[in-house]
Design a protein around this ligand. Structure first.
Ligand SMILES: Cc1ncc(COP(=O)(O)O)c(C=O)c1O
Length: 324
């Protein structure tokens, strides 16, 4: 999509993601529900086991290099997908990587944490579940590293800054190219929303292009009102950076599939993970994509999509968590 391409040309981007990601119809689901259900495979972005974070990091790491930084500092939970991807991006760009990881240090490093260590990241464990405490620890570590002469690029949870969100402004343009290539129009894009960067980017992409479909974020961490507020704020900042504006009405968040909270599995999530694995051969995770798929399946079951509509399920990755 030319308009987006032109706007993004001002921002440096070191592309490690393998794009465009594949899009294919999930025939079994389409057959079961009489709607056309497609999946965009952002779990297959190529580097570091893939996922939505690589689109963000293509922009974030370029910004870090432009600022002459030599160290990446990121924050997340022990099994953070974002931290694993930061470790991959840092190591391939010869940068040092420090990760502030929330939660008790496990006796054995598994899943994402195992990959962080394999990639050579220095892990700082904080035995606390409060995201604010992790951020505070990261600020202190940043000052310490700066005193040692390091030029640090610190990123918040999920890499959800306006620069990071550009990855999903670009993804909206890629989805419009997908539509053209497939000769179809999607009515809805549905996916997991947490630190807000994915949804904010898509919403800004929609504003720039007047893409007519709905963008529905299934909240996997916060109640809808808070999540909507966070997405809106980030979308507005990102839009401002691109000298445009957004319509707040385009920020749609549904928290009905969150259950007891972030990373606490629900039965609907477990069923969705099983169904995708067994009927589609696609692996989801229990924190993000499983809950988003629970939302998708419930919408399909309860007739929330009109007959013959075309739904795009955005698979945002995260399935390394299965090996936790
Ligand atoms: C696999 C996966 N899906 C979805 C999300 C949510 O994306 P965002 O944080 O941009 O809202 C994340 C990250 O938090 C993730 O790791």
């Amino acid at each position: 999509m030319q308009t987006i391409e032109k706007l993004l040309a001002k921002f440096p981007r070191r592309r490690h993601s393998v794009l465009p990601t594949p899009v294919h119809e999930l025939d079994v689901l389409s057959g079961m529900y009489g709607r056309h259900v497609y999946c965009k495979r952002d779990d297959l972005t190529g580097i570091g086991f893939g996922g939505n974070k690589s689109r963000k990091l293509d922009f974030l790491v370029s910004d870090a290099l432009l600022r002459d930084c030599d160290t990446l500092l990121a924050v997340g939970a022990n099994q953070s997908n974002f931290c694993r991807m930061v470790a991959a991006y840092g190591s391939v760009n010869d940068m040092d990587v420090h990760l502030v990881l929330g939660g008790k240090e496990p006796a054995q490093a598994t899943g994402n944490l195992r990959l962080d260590l394999m990639l050579g990241a220095v892990c700082h464990h904080v035995d606390n579940s409060d995201w604010e405490v992790w951020e505070q620890e990261a600020r202190e570590l940043e000052s310490k590293l700066a005193r040692q002469g390091r030029r640090v690029y610190r990123m918040p949870v999920g890499g959800s800054t306006p620069v990071g969100a550009l990855g999903y402004v670009d993804a909206l343009s890629e989805i419009m190219d997908d539509e053209q290539r497939l000769g179809i129009r999607f009515d809805v894009i549905i996916f997991a929303s947490s630190s807000a960067g994915t949804q904010a980017g898509l919403v800004v992409g929609k504003a720039i292009t007047n893409w007519p479909g709905k963008i529905i974020g299934i909240s996997v961490a916060k109640e809808a009102a808070q999540q909507r507020k966070d997405v809106l704020a980030l979308a507005e900042h990102t839009a401002e950076m691109l000298e445009t504006t957004i319509d707040p009405g385009t920020v749609i968040v549904d928290d009905n599939y969150l259950g007891q909270g972030y990373a606490i599995p629900t039965t609907a999530c477990e069923n969705a993970v099983r169904l995708f694995a067994r009927k589609c051969g696609i692996f989801l995770d229990y924190v993000y994509t499983g809950k988003a798929a629970a939302g998708l399946l419930d919408y399909l079951n309860t007739g929330r999509f009109v007959p013959d509509s075309r739904i795009l399920f955005l698979h945002t990755g995260g399935n390394v968590e299965i090996f936790e």
